[in-house]
Design a protein around this ligand. Structure first.
Ligand code: AGP
Length: 611
């Protein structure tokens, strides 16, 4: 997620901007830039890579000015290059603007503005906002605040925008539509940031803008307006967190923060991918319908959590598209002489986009003539260069080594891809597709509800933290959830855990069951629900403890459970998106009970770039 900093006041803007940007580095970024008003002229410097590259570029140059904005960019539209780095400017170069989020209607607006004569210099959605505000200012000759108010009524999507203009040297205007933005004013200074750490050194009294609000920040003062233009009384909060707590948004660990960011990760990944008629729009996949119809086999390759996402997706892809799906561990794929040709589609899933095994697997698939689509969270990562098409998850950077929000985003992205293939192949009735899209649109709200189980999970974690083995069972897509629950637990709590297809229990693993062994059962929706109940009975009969992830209000599940985490009901193929959350929380709280740091598990790296 991008970082935003803004400063206006009596002092020099540049050191405040650079310091604020450094404080936001933990969020992850791939380029950085600043704009400062210097003697009535807007000076901008933007560089791909670390903030240090930007500082080297600034060395020896005079950037003295009291108004400025800075940005660390996490690319979503356009590669991480100097040209695409923020701030962006209008044609007059008197306006500078930074942005966090996604402007969904950027294509339409870009064409309209280009037709009006605006010249674009980058491939970003952000630059559209700069030219849009310019065109409003030209037409209305109004204040920057009023131009921004009109612009936000035209822009669609989730965004935090911050802009400055040479005509108003003591003003920063910030707008929020879903993406967070915080403003504040201290003694003779005005500040803006995408996150609290950027402001903390200058003020502890901040105003987190509410959704659909615009702020005009001046030295020592903040005015807040609704998108309807009416002024509102700002809601100020006092922050007493230290810097480290502020980076984690008040959560104890990044992993917990990222678990709580899942509603946004899922919403952002779906954003702009369904049109008003309920059709799936995948501009990223540019194959014609005939090519898509000729696909006769899909192979999913991935590692770890990404593999588990693929395991869940196999069910949806096969059900909706009727194309057979093979699932391969990326590290195994090239060594098993797979059968693949130009009618094969290989889906490489990797949140980091850098996993050596997955990269090698998709390159191998490409050499065999198959089409390759990559599902990744990182724009500009290695896999984006080697794949024929890339489907980005928009989970924002993930800092905890244990993948959480990127997993949910992968599940959703893979469902979108499956729906798209089904739509292009006419393999799914339209009403069923529409119904599924509607159900997916409700997921972010349902994820919020699932997060309410946190207290119950924390309590259960106390009970089971000393266990030496855990078993996770499920059926159908629930098996993938069980595998992911077991992986999360072992990687951060160091407890031996196995994920198992529940039907396989009686073929071996049942021998492990005895008094007190915790068995987590994912009570996947019908038609497998009854079978799962029978498996849980088998487990109870051996004296093991049962921890159930079950639909809300299900009495039979309650009767069989020693502990139960209830989740709202959704279509069976969408259940992994909800059912995984209590298991992520279980792993987290068990690790905490054992005094371990969930963010940095031993022996593990966030991206595994060696084979
Ligand atoms: C997940 O919690 C693990 N850290 C690990 O299994 C990870 O999913 C795996 O290394 C694959 O990473 P990728 O998604 O970046 O390719």
């Amino acid at each position: 997620m991008c970082g935003i900093v803004g400063y206006v006041g009596g002092g020099q803007a540049l050191p405040v901007l650079l310091d604020g940007m450094r404080k936001l580095e933990y969020r992850g970024y791939d380029s950085a830039g600043i704009a400062i008003l210097l003697n009535g002229k807007m000076g901008t410097v933007r560089r791909a890579g670390r903030i240090q590259n930007l500082e080297e570029e600034l060395e020896g140059r005079s950037f003295e000015g009291n108004l400025g904005i800075g940005h660390t960019r996490w690319a979503t539209h356009g590669a991480p290059t100097d040209e695409n780095a923020h701030p962006h400017q209008d044609c007059t170069e008197r306006l500078a603007l930074v942005h966090n989020g996604i402007i969904e209607n950027h294509d339409v607006l870009r064409s309209r503005l280009e037709a009006e004569g605006h010249a674009f210099k980058s491939a970003t959605d952000t630059e559209v906002a700069a030219h849009l505000i310019e065109s409003i200012l030209e037409r209305r000759n109004c204040s920057l605040k009023d131009a921004v108010l009109e612009a936000v009524s035209i822009l669609k999507g989730a965004f935090a925008l911050v802009c400055i203009h040479a005509a108003e040297p003591d003003v920063i205007v910030a707008a929020r539509s879903q993406a967070p933005i915080i403003v504040g004013a201290g003694d003779g200074v005005g500040l803006v940031g995408s996150d609290i750490p950027a402001l903390l050194q200058h003020t502890r009294d901040v105003i987190p803008l509410r959704d659909r609000q615009v702020a005009r920040v001046r030295p020592g003062s903040v005015e807040v307006f609704g998108f309807d233009g009416k002024q509102v009384v700002p809601e100020q909060v006092h922050i007493d967190w230290d810097l480290e707590a502020a980076e984690k948004g008040g959560y104890e660990d990044f992993m917990l923060k990222e678990i709580h960011e899942q509603p946004y990760a899922v919403r952002d990944t779906m954003r702009g991918r369904f049109d008003e008629k309920g059709r799936v729009v995948l501009d990223e996949v540019k194959w014609d319908t005939d090519t898509i119809r000729a696909i006769n086999k899909i192979v999913v390759v991935a590692c770890g959590t990404s593999f588990n996402a693929g395991m869940a997706a196999k069910h949806a892809i096969e059900h909706w598209t009727r194309i057979p799906v093979e699932l391969d561990l990326a590290s195994e794929f090239r060594y098993r002489d797979p059968v693949l040709d130009e009618h094969g589609l290989v889906i490489g899933i990797t949140q980091s986009g850098e996993t050596a095994d997955t990269l090698a697997a998709i390159r191998f698939a490409g050499e065999m003539g198959a089409k390759v689509v990559a599902v990744t969270n990182v724009v500009g990562s290695s896999i984006t260069r080697d794949a024929d098409a890339v489907l980005f998850t928009h989970a924002g950077p993930e800092i905890g080594v244990a993948a959480t929000k990127t997993f949910l985003a992968q599940l959703v992205a893979l469902n979108i891809l499956a729906l798209y293939l089904a739509q292009e192949r006419d393999s799914m009735p339209e009403d069923k597709r529409l119904e599924t899209i509607e159900a997916m649109a409700r997921l972010p709200e349902l994820i919020e509800k699932v997060l309410d189980v946190e207290g119950a999970v924390a309590k259960a974690a106390k009970k089971y933290a000393d266990a030496s083995d855990f078993l996770f069972i499920g059926r159908g897509v629930g098996t993938a959830v069980a595998m992911e629950g077991a992986l999360k637990l072992k990687e951060i709590s160091y407890i031996h855990a196995e994920g198992y297809a529940a039907g396989e229990l009686k073929h071996g693993a049942i021998a492990l069951l005895q008094e007190g062994v915790p068995v987590v059962a994912v009570m996947t929706g019908q038609p497998l629900y009854e079978k799962m109940l029978a498996n849980v009975e088998e487990v109870r009969a051996r004296g093991a403890s049962t921890i159930l992830v079950a639909p809300h209000g299900d009495e039979r599940a309650r009767e069989l459970a020693d502990d139960i985490f209830e989740v709202p009901q959704v279509k069976p193929l969408l259940t992994p998106v909800l059912d995984t959350i209590p298991l992520q929380l279980l792993a987290y709280f068990v690790a905490k009970e054992r005094g371990l740091s969930p963010d940095k598990p031993r022996n593990l790296a966030k991206s595994v770039t060696v084979e």
